[in-house]
Design a protein. Structure first.
Lengths: 256, 204
């Protein structure tokens, strides 16, 4: 049986790990390598690491940092941040990373998805959509540059387009729910998932494992990613890297 | 000494990281003469079948590799596309495979999988292996391994199948014939079970 993936998502800012609320107010969490070591011990399903400075600062991915992370990672690693061309993706994968994620560069040039997937294979190409509810009308807008730039294209059309161009996975990140720990936007997930025949991962809003259980109940095989849930403990959000053991994961997967 | 074949299409680093941690001698092979003191060979592979076959063909390693595996009977472990390359052909491409095992590589059927089973087959799946294969020593049947692929290895004879997983139908996820071994999943990214498997290979 294929298990739903339960994935911590870590944000890198000024070389440290941070956690945001609605993409703002970043709080320092700790050292990235240290976190990876703890997640190794906890045998996490996979790990997403996003460098949230690279695109905003208009600079190349930090290959040294990526290599250091990949050297430690004993689980599949997805890296995102600052990737604009296929050769950068290739270089990152050669450092021992399984998947690369792209976002803003795709909306400037959707063909990039085809270029990268032809070179490295669809299975390694993830497209991340940062989305926010429209003020009126109930739809969703796509944003880049840490929720500063709005893209003038329809979310669902874009999702289908990048799938057709060869993306291997879609991550939907809810800006509205980021850091709130009140649960996923299941409506948003459903809308996107209905358009997809490639794997999808939901990010933004999970506050307890049961939030992931709800998504798994409803959608079956789906990736459930979270930041706050796996780096904070308790009402006052004390920093504590944590991750459920297999037994706990089975409980939410089987809904017991 | 374990040789990790580097023809530009695999996550070599992930394997050397694990063997380093296990303190097992290993080296990266990117030229024929590197094979000299190698007792066992790992053939990784990520990406498209034809691309991988082409790169291996151009690497200048193929002749020695065939000789070591087919004549000198050195143990070899193909991983993901590395396993698929051991077949005769693949639906993913037009180039011939290495043909070390009578097998083809087929694509999962989207219609049969239905809407709830996306492709690629991505994530952790339980692996059921037959008793007694040395590759799975001290690994419980039904253990979880990490998969990331859209094509699967289909041996002509059941005898070559030593483990299976289920995605829609059951498919072969580990093969073995004499000194030749292959796994579809990624032991280098499958925590303690994967590490055990890579250790078992080194003890063959």
């Amino acid at each position: 049986m294929l298990y739903p993936r339960i994935t911590p998502c870590l944000l890198v800012h000024n070389k440290g790990l941070v956690k945001t609320v609605k993409f703002k107010n970043s709080k320092y969490i700790g050292d990235p390598i240290n976190a990876v070591k703890i997640f190794n011990e906890k045998e996490v399903d996979e790990l997403i690491v996003l460098d949230i400075d690279a695109t905003v600062d208009n600079r190349e991915p930090n290959y040294k940092m990526i290599e250091n992370l990949a050297n430690e990672c004993r689980m599949p690693l997805c890296y995102g941040g600052g990737i604009k061309i296929a050769s950068q993706a290739q270089k990152i994968l050669s450092l021992g990373v399984e998947k690369i994620s792209i976002s803003s560069a795709v909306f400037d040039n959707p063909d990039l998805v085809r270029e990268i997937s032809t070179e490295v294979g669809s299975q390694s190409v993830v497209v991340v959509f940062d989305v926010k509810k429209k003020l009126f009308g109930g739809g969703y807008d796509v944003y880049t540059h840490n929720a500063k730039n709005k893209i003038k294209q329809d979310l669902l059309e874009l999702v289908e387009r990048v799938q057709d161009l060869g993306a291997g996975e879609i991550v939907i990140n809810s800006i509205d729910n980021d850091g709130l720990m009140n649960g996923y936007d299941l409506d948003l997930i459903e809308k996107v998932k209905n358009r997809l025949n490639i794997p999808m991962t939901a990010l933004g809003g999970a506050g307890v494992l049961e939030d992931m259980g709800k998504a798994i109940d409803k959608f079956g095989i789906i990736g459930c990613a979270a930041g706050s849930l796996f780096v904070f403990k308790g009402k006052y959000k004390a920093v504590l890297i944590n991750y459920p053991n297999q037994e706990k994961k089975n409980q939410i997967i089987n809904n017991k | 000494m374990i040789g990790l074949v580097d023809y530009g299409m695999g996550n070599i680093k992930a394997f050397s990281n694990i063997y380093k941690q296990l303190d097992i001698p290993h080296k990266i092979i990117f030229s024929e003469e590197h094979f000299k003191d190698v007792e066992k060979i790992i053939l990784p592979g990520v990406g498209a079948f034809d691309h991988a076959m082409m790169r291996l063909g151009k690497s200048g390693l193929l002749e020695t590799l065939n000789d070591l595996v087919l004549n000198k009977k050195k143990p070899v472990l193909g991983i993901c596309v590395g396993m698929q390359m051991m077949a005769k052909s693949s639906e993913e491409g037009t180039l011939s495979g290495l043909g070390w095992i009578e097998a083809t590589v087929n694509k999962f059927n989207k219609e049969e999988l239905g809407d709830n089973k996306p492709l690629p087959h991505m994530g952790w799946n339980s692996v059921n292996h037959i008793e007694g294969n040395p590759l799975f020593k001290d690994i419980k049947s039904n253990s979880r391994f990490y998969f990331l692929h859209s094509y699967y290895f289909k041996p002509l004879s059941k005898e070559y199948s030593v483990a299976s997983a289920e995605y829609g139908d059951k498919f072969t996820c580990a093969t073995s014939l004499d000194n030749i071994f292959g796994v579809q999943f990624h032991p280098e990214k499958s925590h303690h079970n994967g590490m055990q498997l890579l250790k078992n290979f080194s003890n063959l």
